[in-house]
Design a binder for this molecule. Structure first.
Ligand code: UTP
Length: 289
């Protein structure tokens, strides 16, 4: 069983400046819940009990969010039971630890700070700025695939060919045993439309073996960063790595327009606001015609 997850959340978030000058992008709210909490909840729904969040020196606020807050709880207990429960559960979600990535040298470098925490176990990685929308939590689907085949597995989604230039893209080979799963021959970061091996883009969800840390040590800076895809490419040459499609729709919260789309789509599904919000959107669109 996969019990441990590493959540990298130490990046600068430059695409979302100036909002991310003082506030980590992982703390941007998906309506009323910070993105990083949504990510932690996805991990917990997959059966993960131990989480390491990789932060930077300026992201202490992430730790604060998951800490127990006795003063606030005392007030809410008297005032609003539902809010009391929703705040209480935050500090009880999982056993969460933190490590600081001193320099922002890329995703591969951030994951490397999980080495001691992970030890000899296979483990999950969930990007702290990506949320997934799916009927079954995305990470749970990947953990189930891992349980069936005991192989590393990477979440992918089909994107329009014009979008591959912004994504990590998998070079797939058929996997006879199951539909929507491929063997990964390798992957490329941000290929051109002409050279992309497929339209299967990485979603930011992985189940990896602990050997990945030695492979990260071997890769060199690529476009100024240690890329996790370079380490996984070496892994693909050594053993079967699976890629699983159909784990849901990915929202990269670090991208402004995707963030706005996520807000709208999640609001349209929330029981407490969907009717009022839909009516507002319809009225707004009519007005703008
Ligand atoms: P991104 O590449 O989307 O994050 O990394 P970024 O570098 O913050 O983005 P921009 O381009 O400057 O806007 C995906 C995830 O990996 C983390 C980020 O915090 C994000 O959750 N990350 C990235 C690290 O933890 N450390 C890094 O050095 C880079």
């Amino acid at each position: 069983m996969i019990r441990k997850a590493v959540i990298p959340a130490a990046g600068f978030g430059t695409r979302f400046l100036p909002a991310t000058k003082a506030i980590p992008k992982e703390m941007l709210p998906l309506i009323d819940t910070p993105v990083i909490q949504v990510v932690v909840e996805e991990a917990v729904a997959a059966g993960i009990t131990d989480i390491l969040i990789v932060t930077s020196k300026s992201k202490e606020i992430i730790k604060k969010h998951f800490d127990y807050s006795p003063e606030l709880m005392a007030i809410l207990e008297k005032k609003d039971k539902a809010l009391f429960e929703s705040v209480k559960k935050i500090s009880e979600l999982a056993n969460i630890q933190y490590v600081v990535q001193p320099e922002q040298n890329g995703l591969g470098d951030a994951i490397r700070y999980g080495r001691t925490f992970v030890g000899d176990d296979d483990f999950a990685v969930l990007l702290g700025d990506v949320i997934m929308k799916n009927s079954v939590p995305s990470m749970k689907l990947l953990c189930d695939v891992y349980e069936r085949y005991k192989k590393p597995v990477i979440g992918v989604e089909q994107v329009p060919m014009s979008e591959v230039v912004n994504c990590g893209v998998v070079d797939p080979a058929p996997f006879e045993a199951e539909k929507d799963i491929y063997k990964s021959k390798g992957m490329v970061e941000k290929p051109s439309v002409e050279t992309a091996p497929s339209n299967l883009a990485l979603t930011g969800r992985y189940v990896l073996p602990p050997e990945i840390f030695d492979l990260i040590d071997k890769v060199e800076l690529n476009r100024g960063e240690i890329q996790i895809t370079d380490a996984i490419n070496i892994l693909c040459k050594k053993q079967t790595v699976l890629a699983c499609d159909k784990t849901g729709v990915r929202y990269d919260i670090g991208n402004k327009i995707t963030y706005v789309k996520a807000l709208v789509e999640f609001a349209l599904e929330r029981e407490d606001m969907k009717d009022e919000f839909r009516a507002y959107l319809e009225e707004l669109l009519n007005r703008k015609k």
